[in-house]
Design a protein around this ligand. Structure first.
Ligand code: 13P
Length: 252
C-alpha cells in the first residue's frame, strides 16, 4: 500500500532561528494530532538541516533537502553533495523542482545523476515534474511530463523505485494562487501511474506515492486528496505557517 504524504517545500525562506521555530510549531502540532493519516515531511534550506533535525528528534516527521549536487565530492565550490545531506540525518531530497530546472538549467541527464547519487546515499527522492502554461495550452503537456519522468527515472530498477515519490507540479499553478482543478490533477496523476505501470508493472505503479503541488492550501486540499491517484501534496507558500500546513496535513 502506498503512503499518503504531505511535504513542505520552504524554498529560500526563513532564517535559521525562524526555521527552527517553524519546525517546532509543526512538530508540536503533529504530535498533538491523534489520528494522523499521512507522513509529514519538511523540506528546508541546507543551512537549516541539522538544526531542524535536532528539533525533530524522535518525532514522526521526515526531513528533506531541496537539492543536492550532481557530483560526489571535490572542487565544486558552493555545492552540497547527497552524502553531506544524508549525514545531517535528512531522509529525503527534493529533485527536479521546476524552479531549479528553469533558473539553474537542470537537465534530464543532470537530474538522472542526482537521483542516482541520492539513492546511493540512502536518501529517498521527491522527484518533481510538470508543464508550463504554454505546454498546457499547446497540448504537449503529457509529452513533457512523460519525458521528464522517463529520462531521469526509468533507468532505475523496480526496487529503487520504492524510494521515489513523484510530485506533479504544473508550473502555471506554483505560487500563482491558480490551482489545477482536482480533475486536471487526477488526469495527470493517473497518466503518471500509467507510465509507471507500463514500465514497472501494476504493483510498482500502485505502490508509488504521487503528490500534487501548486497553490495547494487547506481550502482545496480535501478535494484534491479525495481523488484516487492523488496521494498528498508538496506545499510551498502554505508550508511557511504551521497552522496552514497542518490544515493540509489534516485534509485526509
Ligand atoms: P506553492 O504551494 O507556493 O504554489 O508552491 C508549490 C511548490 O512549488 C512546491 O514545491
Amino acid at each position: 500500500m502506498r503512503k499518503n504524504i504531505v511535504a513542505g517545500n520552504w524554498k529560500m525562506n526563513t532564517t535559521v532561528p525562524e526555521g527552527v521555530q517553524l519546525a517546532k510549531d509543526v512538530c508540536a502540532a503533529v504530535a498533538a494530532e491523534a489520528n494522523l493519516k499521512c507522513d509529514v515531511i519538511m523540506g528546508v534550506p541546507f543551512t537549516h538541516l541539522m538544526a531542524v533535525k535536532e528539533v525533530i528528534g524522535d518525532a514522526n516527521v521526515g526531513l528533506a533537502a531541496q537539492n543536492c549536487a550532481d557530483h560526489t565530492s571535490g572542487a565544486y565550490t558552493g555545492e552540497v553533495s547527497a552524502a553531506m545531506v544524508a549525514s545531517t540525518g535528512a531522509n529525503y531530497v527534493i529533485l527536479g523542482h521546476s524552479e531549479r530546472r528553469g533558473y539553474y538549467n537542470e537537465s534530464y541527464e543532470m537530474l538522472k545523476t542526482k537521483v542516482d547519487l541520492a539513492l546511493e546515499n540512502g536518501l529517498k527522492v521527491i522527484f518533481c515534474c510538470g508543464e508550463s502554461l504554454e505546454e498546457r495550452e499547446n497540448g504537449s503537456f503529457k509529452d513533457v511530463i512523460g519525458a521528464e519522468i522517463r529520462d531521469s527515472l526509468f533507468h532505475l530498477t523496480a526496487e529503487q523505485m520504492a524510494n521515489i515519490v513523484i510530485a506533479y507540479e504544473p508550473i502555471w499553478a506554483i505560487g500563482t494562487g491558480k490551482t489545477a482543478t482536482s480533475d486536471q490533477a487526477q488526469e495527470i496523476h493517473a497518466f503518471i501511474r500509467g507510465l509507471l505501470a507500463d514500465k514497472y508493472g501494476a504493483q510498482v505503479a500502485d505502490d508509488t506515492t504521487i503528490l500534487y503541488g501548486g497553490s495547494c492550501k487547506p481550502s482545496n486540499a480535501p478535494e484534491l486528496f479525495a481523488k484516487p491517484d492523488i496521494d498528498g501534496g508538496l506545499i510551498g507558500g502554505a508550508s511557511l505557517k504551521a497552522a496552514d500546513f497542518m490544515g493540509i496535513v489534516t485534509a485526509f
